[in-house]
Write a protein that binds this ligand. Sequence first.
Ligand SMILES: [Mg+2]
Length: 424
Amino acid sequence: MGEPDEATILHADLDAFYASVEQLLDPRLRGRPVVVGGGVVLAASYEARARGVRGGMPGWRARQLCPELVSVGGHFREYQRLGDEVMAILRDVTPLVERVSIDEAFLDVRGTRRLFGDPTQIARSIRQRVRSDVGLPISVGVATTKHLAKVASQVAKPDGLVVVPAGTERRFLAPLPVGLLWGVGPVTRQRLAGRGITTIGELVELDRGHLERLLGSAIGRSLHERAANVDRRRVVDGSRNCSMGAQSALGRRAATPEQLRTTLGHLADRVTGRMRRASLTGRTITTRVRFTDLRSVTRSVTLPEPIAETLTVTSVAVELAAAALRDHPEEREISLLGLSVSGLVGAAPVQLELELGLPGATRRPGSGVGVARRSVDRAVDAVRDRFGRDAVGLAGVQLRGDGGVPDAFRELAERNGRPPSDGS
Ligand SMILES: [Mg+2]
């Protein structure tokens, strides 16, 4: 494979998107530490990040770090509208726009030079237009591969542009921390640090066989490739970005936390089971709540990394449904709940140790619960492959004919199925 001779791939990523939108909508929030979400921080402004607050952190922890934190419920419809506006600006430049979440996309601008200038000029004008037409800060990375363009946009944040010209990739990557490579979570980072490897340059110098022995062959190989900027993925337009979902009509039910947990748990179980069978993971979780007058509201969130775990998807979906209900305090009954996961991508082997940064103390990286959950999922999948899908269910998920759920499953489900604390 020949090296690409020009950096034409852009990764455009809005900065602290939800929080920036809140600051755009309400000028009083500008310059202040703002988070979206109460029980769980769904997004944090840069002012909040400067105090150590991070997306996925429990709300109580965020307030502990930053007592003057302002937490807002979130204008999800506005997020969608403004995210769509930004995507429309990107599609003015090239039809080759691959939206990977509500606020982030890859573009390939090869072939648009005559119309719009070189990739750097295009990146500049995108940033200007998003700022002037929409009012939001966006960072852009430009490089020869998707992976590197994304690293570049992360380095560019906040509100910056980083271009990595063809031929300078390794020099650019060498001094950066290994944690910027996709899929390097805290476990891998620690393991590498134990061998004195903290930068990507040190990683790429390492013999590949040695790395494979250290991290396992699949992870070792893919990390070595990323560190050397080997990434053959092309930018594909949105038509391939599919989703998986399920919904459940409820007739007329009181919208209790118990009801949400039970139904969404059941739906998450079905959807993620299909995803895992197709070796897919997804980053965007959407929950739909329909009221008894048939009006419905949706809420969605895009996670830092793609997931396919039943319990994790359940917790996120419950949090979203609770947010939707908080916005409609007059509604006490619901007639339908829906759940979908989009932004689906193939499950990577490095999935095993991603730092999810999700709600709840049980999700601390390295706590082992993520791995345990995946073991639960794998176990359930295996049982169903043999005995059909109703043979086993997670406690709290309430599939038909439950009765023989092993204690280990039950305990996990209980620990993770707690209603999200809403201390805001
Ligand atoms: Mg973003």
